[in-house]
Design a protein around this ligand. Structure first.
Ligand SMILES: [Zn+2]
Length: 471
């Protein structure tokens, strides 16, 4: 398999380093709000890559995605809402896991939380101070970037070029404006932990170094995330890893392109964004997944309702063929015919095309094109074939399901962890229950909750609405 490695700045052959096991670390959400449709792109893309590696390459994938549950954004949100940082982190961590479920995406092998690893981060930062790579100023600890010889290798930003025009911010006491924060002294009311430099909290760039090494051990194969993380986050991870140990850090760095909306890069701060759960409720997981994967992961993706409707139509075209064939032929008896065998041989070529595309830097665009050509081939055969020849169409259904699986497409609804109709029905019941409660019909509202619980759907009321998960 070939993958574009940001560190090498070219496509390179990828193989797991050891034991047919791929260790993959994908930077996870900062849990201060729901995920927006930009945040969800790496989730969909890299989960699909994981599944493809497992199903088609026969590799075992250990997939780690952290949860950043202490950060300036959480502290700001807490100040705005009057809630505790813990409560906010809990609400949006739950919301994130429930979103994964609704996307039909498998949970990570591990989802370590930053706050569970503060002690290890303090030890790590102490080591960097001892080695001369970090220094303390008034309770803050900074990383000394000038001490790392090839700082900037990932992003291609040379230290000398950046030096010009950068200044130390007011209130900071750094040796060099490019030095980044490893430890932040806590202000009153902020979450804090003890350290040799006084009470404070770790900076974001440190957690991913600690947790990736801890949960992947020797399998540091792929580190992934959005391309907005290349600098400074990933650059700073690499610098810390090099400063702390001679052991190699990740070999492959994969980055997805940004989401655009109305011709501009989507950013929460610009206000041009939508929440992922909103478009999921509108279009369902299969259409949303298709929409994301029908564009190459490294290119920018333009969000538009037209694009989603086109995805819906494309999914419908494949699904209709599958359903028609299944209803006609599911239990039909009979033996494969010569024409049928010839057809099975023809469609095997589409599987080869799909694999070649996926192996070529995870080109889901060409892989999906191969699926559509397979559908056209099957439609032609279906129109022309008669009698037992038609039985071979069942092979086309099996192949469509096999090729769709890594992409979360065209599965039997029970296998995808529930249909979009089911998710829509649960949302509808939650809405009705809220309405019942507002009309003080508490007995009916409780019945909705209890009967959903009997069906294995658990509701949880939070300050930001009701969340649900499958037990
Ligand atoms: Zn990270």
């Amino acid at each position: 398999m070939q993958l574009y490695n940001t560190l090498a700045k070219r496509v390179q052959a990828f193989e797991p380093a050891e034991n047919r096991t791929v260790g993959m670390y994908v930077c996870g959400p900062t849990v201060y709000d729901h995920l927006h449709i930009g945040n969800v792109r790496p989730v969909i893309v890299f989960s699909a890559l994981r599944k493809y590696m497992e199903r088609f390459k026969g590799w075992r994938v250990v997939y780690v995605q952290n949860v950043t549950d202490v950060d300036d954004k959480l502290i700001r949100r807490a100040a705005e809402t009057g809630e505790s940082v813990d409560a906010i982190a809990k609400t949006y961590t739950d919301a994130y896991f429930s979103l994964l479920e609704r996307l039909g995406v498998e949970r990570p092998s591990a989802s370590p939380r930053a706050t569970d690893h503060v002690g290890e981060m303090v030890e790590f930062i102490s080591l960097l101070v001892d080695r001369g790579y970090a220094y303390e100023r008034c309770g803050d600890v900074y990383f000394r970037v000038a001490k790392v010889a090839d700082y900037g290798a990932l992003s291609g930003r040379r230290l000398e070029d950046q030096q010009a025009g950068s200044r130390v911010e007011v209130g900071e006491d750094k040796e060099n404006p490019l030095d980044f924060t490893l430890w932040k002294a806590a202000k009153p009311g902020e979450p804090d932990w003890p350290s040799p430099w006084g009470r404070g909290r770790p900076g974001w760039h440190t957690e991913c170094v600690i947790m990736s090494r801890k949960y992947l051990g020797a399998h540091l194969d792929i580190h992934a995330g959005g391309n907005d993380l290349v600098f400074p986050h990933h650059e700073n991870e690499i610098a810390q890893a090099a400063a702390s140990s001679d052991a190699p850090f990740f070999r492959f760095w994969l980055h997805n392109g940004m989401l655009h909306m109305g011709g501009e890069e989507m950013h929460k701060s610009l206000g041009n964004f939508r929440y992922a759960h909103e478009i999921l409720a509108e279009y369902g997981a299969e259409t949303v997944g298709y929409f994301y994967l029908s564009r190459h992961y490294r290119k920018p993706l333009d969000y538009s309702a037209d694009g989603l409707r086109a995805a819906q139509a494309a999914v419908g075209r494949v699904r209709r063929l599958i359903e028609d064939i299944e209803s006609e032929l599911r239990d039909a008896p009979g033996e494969a015919t010569e024409r049928g065998r010839a057809f099975a041989g023809t469609i095997a070529g589409y599987r080869a095309r799909y694999v070649a595309a996926m192996d070529d830097d995870f080109n889901t665009v060409d892989a999906i094109a191969a699926i559509h050509d397979l559908v056209s081939e099957a439609n032609r055969f279906r129109a022309a074939a008669a009698g037992d020849d038609r039985l071979a169409l069942r092979d086309a259904v099996l192949l469509l399901r096999e090729l769709g699986e890594p992409l979360g497409l065209f599965q039997e609804e029970s296998a995808t962890g529930g249909s979009s109709i089911e998710a829509g029905l649960v949302d509808l019941l939650i809405d009705l229950r809220r309405e019942l409660r507002s009309r003080k019909a508490f007995d009916l509202a409780d019945r909705v909750r209890d009967q959903l619980a009997d069906l294995g759907v658990e509701l949880k009321d939070t300050a930001h609405g009701t969340l649900w998960s499958r037990r």
